[in-house]
Ligand binder design. Structure first.
Ligand code: GLU
Length: 511
C-alpha cells in the first residue's frame, strides 16, 4: 500500500510571518490536499533565546485567515503529538546519544571563551570566521581530543557540554531535490554543528530530522535558505534511520526585492512602504508595528493566489486561481528554481481581480469591517451593499471601498473648492438653484433619469453639462473621486442630494 502523504510546515515562532513563510505553508498545503495527505503544523521553538511571545498565535491566525488549516498542530492534536518541539524535549537526547555511541557525534566541553579564542586564533583574511570542524576539533576540549578517562571524569562531574555531529572530512553528500534535481555538497565546508545544547534542548538540525522521522513525514518542503543546512540533515538521516527513509526534499526559491537584488526583507517593507507580512505584526520588544497584507486591504483569496504564482505556474498564461484550482493544478516540479521578484503593484492587481470576482454579499463582511476600522460604522447594510456594487470596479484594496464609498454615509464637511471656484459664476449658481427645484419634482429617482433631466436643464440654460458635473460631484462627495456622479446621486436619494447641493451653494455664497 502507498504510504499516506504527510507534509509539514515547521515555522519558528520568532516574529510575524513573512510572505515566503506563508508561501511555504501554502505549497505544503496544496500538495497535501492534492494527494489526500496530511498537512501538519509543527512549531519549532527549540531556540528559546529567539522565542517571541505572540508569534505562535500569529501563525495560527495567519493560517486561518488564508484558509490553510492544518490537520495536526499544537491546537489540533493527532497521533504524532506533541507538535511543539519544546514539549518534545525529552525525546531528542536518546537520538543524540545514539549518534555518540555510533561515533558520529561527540561530547564537547568548550566554554564560550574557549570558542571565542579558537575563532581569533584561526582567523585569517582568507578565513574570517573559522569553524568548529575537522581542522580545529582536535585542538578543542571534546571527547575526540581528550582521553576517554578525562571525558568520563568530566561527564561524571556533570560538566556542561553539548553534543556535536562529527562531519566527515572530505566527502560529497548528495540530495535529490524535487525542484533542483541532484544537489551536492562538499562536507569539508561544513562545521560540526551542535545537535544537543548544554540545557538539553536539541538544536533545529537534530529536532527536524528526529521529528520528520517520528511524524512520518513523506515530503519535506521548505525555503531555499535551508539548503545549506540540508547536507547536515542528510548525514543525520543516514546515521540514525538510513537515507532511504528520508522524506523527499524540495527547497522553494527565495522571494526577492522588487529590483531583484537580494531577498525581500522586513526592512524593504518599511523602505518601500509595502507590506511583506501576512498580517500586522507588533514587535513586543520595540512596540513597532509592521503592516500586513490583511490590514492593507487584501482579500485572503487574492493573497493566496498571488503567493501561489510567485514561484510557480502551470505552464499556461493563467494567473487567477481559486484554491480548488490550485489544489488540482499545483505541482512541485513546476516550482521555479530561481528567486521570484515581488511586485506590489501586481499583488494589488490580483486583489482588484478578486474584488471583481467575489459577489457583493461575499465582499460585504470585509468592507463593513474596513468602514468600522475607520470609525465609520455602517448603520444601513442595504446601503453598504449598494455602494459595494457601485464602486467595486474602482477598488484595488478593501480599504479603497472606504475612500470611494464613504460619501454615502458622511455628508461632506469640506469641499475641494479649488476644483470649482475658478469657473464658478452666477449662471451656474442659478442652474443649481433650478436643479434643486427640478429634483424636487422628478418622478423616478434613478441614475438614468437624473442624468437626462440634468442634461436637459443644462441645454435649456445653454451651459455645457460637462462643466456642471464636476461642481455637482464636489457638492455630493466633497472631492473629485468616486463613481459616476448620477449613480452617486441615485444612491444618496433625493433629500440628501438636495441637501448637499444646498450646503455648497450656501458655502460658496455670492459668486
Ligand atoms: N524551523 C524552520 C523555519 O523556521 C523550518 C525549516 C524546515 O522546514 O525544515 O523555517
Amino acid at each position: 500500500m502507498e504510504k499516506k502523504i504527510r507534509v509539514r510546515f515547521a515555522p519558528s515562532p520568532t516574529g510575524g510571518l513573512h510572505l515566503g513563510g506563508v508561501r511555504t505553508a501554502l505549497y505544503n498545503y496544496l500538495f497535501a490536499r492534492q494527494h489526500q495527505g496530511d498537512f501538519i503544523l509543527r512549531i519549532e521553538d527549540t531556540d528559546q533565546s529567539r522565542y517571541i511571545p505572540g508569534a505562535e498565535d500569529y501563525i495560527y491566525e495567519t493560517l486561518k485567515w488564508c484558509g490553510l488549516e492544518p490537520d495536526e498542530s499544537p491546537l489540533k492534536s493527532g497521533p504524532f503529538g506533541p507538535y511543539r518541539q519544546s514539549e518534545r524535549k525529552k525525546i531528542y537526547r536518546e537520538y543524540a546519544e545514539k549518534l555518540v555511541q555510533a561515533g558520529r557525534a561527540y561530547y564537547a566541553f568548550d566554554t564560550t571563551e574557549e570558542l571565542e579564542n579558537m575563532r581569533s586564533k584561526y582567523r585569517t583574511p582568507e578565513n574570517p570566521s573559522p569553524q568548529y570542524d575537522y581542522r580545529s576539533r582536535e585542538n578543542m576540549r571534546n571527547a575526540l581530543s581528550l582521553s576517554a578517562g578525562e571525558t568520563g571524569r568530566l561527564m561524571a562531574a556533570n560538566t556542561p557540554h553539548v553534543i556535536r555531529i562529527k562531519i566527515p572530512e572530505k566527502e560529497t553528500v548528495h540530495l535529490q531535490d524535487m525542484i533542483r534535481g541532484d544537489v551536492s555538497f562538499d562536507t569539508s565546508l561544513l562545521d560540526d554543528k551542535v545537535l544537543l545544547k548544554a540545557d538539553g534542548m536539541p538544536t533545529y538540525h537534530l529536532a527536524v530530522v528526529v521529528d520528520d522521522h517520528l511524524m512520518q513525514i513523506t515530503h519535506a518542503f521548505r525555503g531555499e535558505e535551508w539548503l545549506p543546512s540540508a547536507p547536515v540533515h542528510v548525514l543525520i538521516w543516514r546515521y540514525l534511520f538510513g537515507e532511504d527513509q528520508m522524506p523527499r526534499w524540495a527547497h522553494f526559491p527565495l522571494i526577492l526585492k522588487p529590483d531583484g537584488n537580494g531577498k525581500l526583507s522586513k526592512r524593504d517593507g518599511a523602505r518601500l512602504g509595502i507590506p511583506i507580512f501576512a498580517m500586522d505584526w507588533k514587535d513586543p520588544a520595540t512596540g513597532e508595528t509592521i503592516t500586513g497584507f490583511r490590514e492593507n486591504g487584501f482579500l485572503p483569496q487574492a493573497f493566496v493566489n498571488m503567493l501561489a504564482v510567485l514561484g510557480w505556474n502551470d505552464g499556461t498564461e493563467q494567473e487567477l486561481y481559486s484554491i480548488q484550482e490550485l489544489i488540482a493544478k499545483f505541482s512541485i516540479e513546476r516550482v521555479h528554481k530561481a528567486g521570484a521578484k515581488f511586485n506590489y503593484e501586481k499583488a494589488k492587481w490580483f486583489n482588484h481581480e478578486w474584488i471583481k470576482k467575489l459577489t457583493v454579499a461575499e465582499l460585504f463582511p470585509y468592507v463593513k469591517k474596513a468602514f468600522e476600522e475607520k470609525s465609520l460604522p455602517v448603520s444601513d447594510d442595504q446601503q453598504l451593499l449598494a455602494v459595494i456594487g457601485l464602486v467595486r470596479d474602482r477598488c484595488s484594496l478593501i480599504t479603497d471601498f472606504y475612500t470611494q464609498g464613504k460619501f454615502l454615509f458622511e455628508t461632506p464637511k469640506q469641499w475641494d473648492l479649488n476644483a470649482i471656484q475658478p469657473k464658478w459664476n452666477e449662471q451656474k449658481k442659478a442652474f443649481f438653484r433650478d436643479y434643486i427645484v427640478q429634483s424636487g419634482s422628478l418622478a423616478e429617482w434613478r441614475a438614468d433619469n437624473l442624468e437626462t433631466a440634468f442634461k436637459e436643464l443644462a441645454a435649456e440654460k445653454n451651459i455645457k453639462a460637462g462643466e456642471l458635473q464636476l461642481p455637482l460631484r464636489i457638492m455630493l462627495v466633497g472631492e473629485k473621486t468616486g463613481p459616476p456622479v448620477f449613480e452617486i446621486s441615485a444612491s444618496l436619494g433625493r433629500g440628501e442630494t438636495i441637501k448637499r447641493i444646498q450646503n455648497l451653494l450656501d458655502a460658496l455664497g455670492v459668486p
